[in-house]
Design a protein around this ligand. Sequence first.
Ligand code: ADP
Length: 656
Amino acid sequence: MRPIERVLVANRGEIALRIMRTVRRMGLSTVAVFSDADASTPHVRFADAAVRLGGAASKDSYLKAEAILEAARKTGADAIHPGFGFLSENPDFAQAVIDAGLVFIGPTPKAIRAMGLKREAKALVGQRGVPLVPGFDGGDQSTAQLKAKALEVGLPVIFKPSAGGGGKGMKIARTAGELEACIDSGRREAQSAFGDPTLIIEKYLERPRHLEVQLLGDHHGTLLHLFERECSLQRRHQKVVEETPSPALTPALREQLCQAALEVGRAVSYTNAGTVEFIMQDGRFYFSEMNTRLQVEHRVTEQVTGLDLVEQQVRVARGEKLAFGQDDVRQRGHAVQVRLYAEDPANQFLPSIGPVHDFFTPPLGGLLVDSGIESGGEVTPHYDPMVAKLVAHADSRAQSFAALARALDQTSVLGLVTNKGFLSRLLRDEDVVRGELSTQTIAEKSGLLAEPVDAARDMLAAVGATLFAFIRRREADDFLPGLVTGYRNNRFRDQRHEWRLGDEALTVEYRDLGGGLFDVSVGGQRSRWRVAPGAGPCLDLEGADGVLHRLRVVLSADTAFVHTPRGTVTLREAPRFPAPGDEAVKGGFMAPMPGKVVKVFVKDGDPVTKGQALLVLEAMKMEQTTVAPADGVVKTVSVREGDQVTAGQVLIVMEG
Ligand code: ADP
């Protein structure tokens, strides 16, 4: 057995913390690594020791294998856990860890390599009789050959980066005319995201489910499955909600699926934790790929089996035999996880970057929260904008979904736009609750994207923000007695606060009656409220009907962020006069976030028609195409291919 005393976690955020918690519970010490953007984040503070890797960009920090090995040497770590993403599926890194005399907490470099390329993996698995989606995984990558093969497979087809992962760079072609564009942009994204432009082709299944099986193997010949997870609720092939057990499986089908997954694992003598992914349609499943690492959604399996997968990974890595057999692994109850992201569902899920003024999750039994962010932290453009994973475990599927939806309602993330409301609506959707899922479900439920109009909620938020601001200002004034602040509230005179909610004006007039009581009028509607401010952002508002509303309010510059159990409301101070530079360039297209211009299709003076592509921006590893909203003429193209742009920078100006 190989002793492990100190584990370096080559990752960041919630997963680094999650791994270190288990490592510490096992009596081992922990080493964090970090980039300049993460210097004061929770995972760094949690660790027993921490080492700076370099600049904010992943390639300057979490992808620097040599710097990570050096950090292990400097701190005396004897093992490295890669987490997920970054170097977790890089066989050269795993080998370098071993060559440095350290333990790699994961599978063998050989197994990682064998499963790393979809093309090779499918060939290997196909030989063992595991069903594959019909397609082309072959050699010749010329555009002509890829086009011909796609037509042979039969449209629609999906092109996937062979070296891909995380649903990135996949392109669907439904007509022969689209093939070339799909191949071009697929290659470009494959090259930029994975450094390898090779594409594979598969028949595109229209409404499949995504099912996967967790495997765990030791170095003594035991390979077990820990049952399935269903991850059909996806957006652009990226998982959003994950659960176990799957509502789609009968005991017989479950057994077949788990046996197929074991067969895949055996093909590469798999050790440690890994996941075999399948897509399933009309009761038939097909191997899709194997992820040779821990997955974001491993928590639901842990909840239902009672096993700590990170603990098992460490035990296996130090040479222990698994202490249980296949029959000891049971599914108890139901677990469901959501990925809470800083992104705007109503605006094409655009990532939201910036400070997190308030992050709060309710202390509920059966709820597990993994997060690498805390109040006062920040979502930066450098990494994935995930704020947290929330997992609910209950006796039944219905209960776990209801509990998670309620937990989301009580979760506060103030400062950023998040998908929280969307997730809670999704978990309550009739089809979702019935377990009728496919990878298309989210795309088909566009009605759930936007926050529903709720005048009562907005009114409550406006009252809360106004009274909170008043009380905090008064506290500050009281704190500085005798100081002439140039402004003094008269408690008993009517006061006014003008807010803007989107394009709408909301005027709140109020009078302090003393003793925490206020008379308030919003848009002419009068009401009386009792106010009890709590610690930090907490504010209790009691209406005349005696109902208590628990709000959380953050005031930042000219904005009030208000958490209510019915959704988050963002109010801005009505501007007294427009600030210079506030007026957007007429007809201008601005970069929604920092990124790189990868393609410009037009030049100054070009006539364009509605829907025509103007340019492609790559931001957060995704390509976004800007299209003309109407017929017109390009007045000026302000950027060139390869330009790095900042959020709000004007890219193109149109006329007409
Ligand atoms: P990645 O490695 O990028 O995660 P996968 O091969 O695992 O790629 O596929 C991710 C998701 O893409 C699947 O869960 C499914 O939603 C969708 N997908 C993949 N292959 C197909 C296919 N042949 N037909 C329909 N959808 C597919």
